[in-house]
Structures are given as structure tokens and as C-alpha cells.
Design a protein around this ligand. Structure first.
Ligand SMILES: [Zn+2]
Ligand SMILES: [Zn+2]
Length: 226
């Protein structure tokens, strides 16, 4: 399927001369040694540079906050090497201190099975990155713009628990990722076509389920604010 190269998938506006190739998911989510070793052919979408840039810090945060939960997989170890290198630089040290404080035994967050420790995260920043990825993949799959303000929700599945029953619809569907061991995604639409359920798998470890109604949905909930 061809993308409409004239539209920025982030803002829905026409592209002008300020065009940037945005990696979906972010390039640095693929560890640099894997990128070198396998000469990865990553998915990119054209965006305005300023649209893409506005996510940069949150993407770094996502990598540093969620990435260390996947050090027991090959692709997770690859990004850990990058994170460790980055930590030695001044900016990296600051990020590292912030992330370190997020490991706690008292709060809700992502459960780390072996250490029995919970990892907190800044839900706003994490959700911003997840939604950007889904909107990019939606644009790629359906060749349609998915507005940022579309109501949506997500959950990060805990590894020590059985995934909720409804999530099997998406978890058992066709794998769509180019390099599923690094990043994979799947999606299903409900019969009536208005509910989308997406599954994202980061570093063969962290499963996120995303729900939203199709941007064309005319159900009561979606049309209430029109
Ligand atoms: Zn834009
Ligand atoms: Zn709806």
C-alpha cells in the first residue's frame, strides 16, 4: 500500500519543504549493534521536522525507562548497551538518576518478574510515544490519518499474569513487524469496524495493548464532542 506522501501523519497537514524521515518505531529502539550487524531496513514516514522533533525527548525517556526491563532478550540487551554508553555522558547521568528513582517496591507500575520489583513510569510521556507509534503504523496500514485527539487507551501487560482474555484476539493475530524480535505489532478490528485493538511488542518482552475507535466512527461516544 502506498502512503500519501503529501500528508504528515503526525499533524495531518500537507508536507512542505520542512520534511523529515521519521522512524516508526524510533530508530534508537533498535540497538545500534543490531542495526550495524543486520543492516536493518526500518520503516520511515515523512513528517514535518518540527512535528517529529517534539517527540524526541519523550522517545529517549521511553527507551531509558522501559528498555531496562528487557535486558534478558537479545534485542533488549542491544539497547541496554546503548543506554549504558549514554549514561556515561552528562545528560545520560541525569536521565539515569531519574529512572533509578522510578524503581520502587511500593507503587503501581510495570512488574519486573525476577527481582519482584515494580517499575514506575511517567504515564503521560510513555503514552505519548505509544500513541505516536500506533498513529504511524495506522497511517502505514490504512493510508489514513489518525488524529492525535482520537480517544484511546492502553495498558502494559504484566509478565507474571495471564493476559486478559480479550487481548487474545489481537495477540493471536498476524504478526506485522519487520523485525518481530525487536519490535512487533498486530491489530484487529471489530466486526462493525469501529473498534481497533492493537498489540505492540517491544524487545520481545513488553506487551502493550492499545484500544481506540476508528476516526470515522459515528457512535454516540465519538460524536458527543462534535
Ligand atoms: Zn506535521
Ligand atoms: Zn466510536
Amino acid at each position: 500500500m502506498m502512503n500519501d506522501l503529501k500528508t504528515c501523519y503526525l499533524c495531518g497537514q500537507d508536507l512542505d519543504i520542512d520534511v523529515n524521515d521519521d522512524h516508526v518505531p524510533p530508530k534508537q529502539f533498535h540497538g545500534s549493534n543490531l542495526r550495524k550487524l543486520f543492516n536493518l531496513n526500518l520503516l520511515t514516514l515523512a513528517t514535518h521536522t518540527k512535528c517529529n522533533k517534539s517527540y524526541e525527548k519523550d522517545e529517549v525517556y521511553f527507551l531509558n525507562s522501559i528498555g531496562p526491563l528487557a535486558t534478558d532478550t537479545q534485542s533488549g540487551r542491544a539497547i541496554w548497551i546503548d543506554i549504558a554508553k549514554q549514561m556515561k555522558r552528562e545528560q545520560g547521568i541525569r536521565i539515569g538518576e531519574k529512572i533509578f528513582k522510578e524503581f520502587t517496591q511500593h507503587h503501581n507500575g510495570v512488574y519486573v518478574p525476577n527481582s519482584k520489583v515494580l517499575k514506575q513510569y511517567d504515564r503521560t510521556r510513555i503514552s505519548r510515544v505509544i500513541w505516536k507509534i500506533v498513529r504511524g503504523l495506522f497511517f502505514e496500514e490504512f493510508n489514513r490519518f489518525l488524529p492525535e485527539d482520537t480517544p484511546w487507551s492502553f495498558e502494559i501487560l504484566s509478565e507474571d499474569e495471564e493476559p486478559p482474555k480479550y487481548s487474545y484476539y489481537v495477540l493471536n493475530s498476524e504478526s506485522k513487524g519487520r523485525y518481530p524480535g525487536i519490535f512487533d505489532y498486530k491489530y484487529v478490528e471489530s466486526d462493525i469496524g469501529n473498534l481497533h485493538m492493537w498489540g505492540l511488542l517491544f524487545w520481545d518482552k513488553i506487551i502493550t495493548i492499545v484500544y481506540f475507535h476508528d476516526p470515522n466512527c459515528d457512535c454516540e461516544k465519538c460524536t458527543r464532542n462534535m
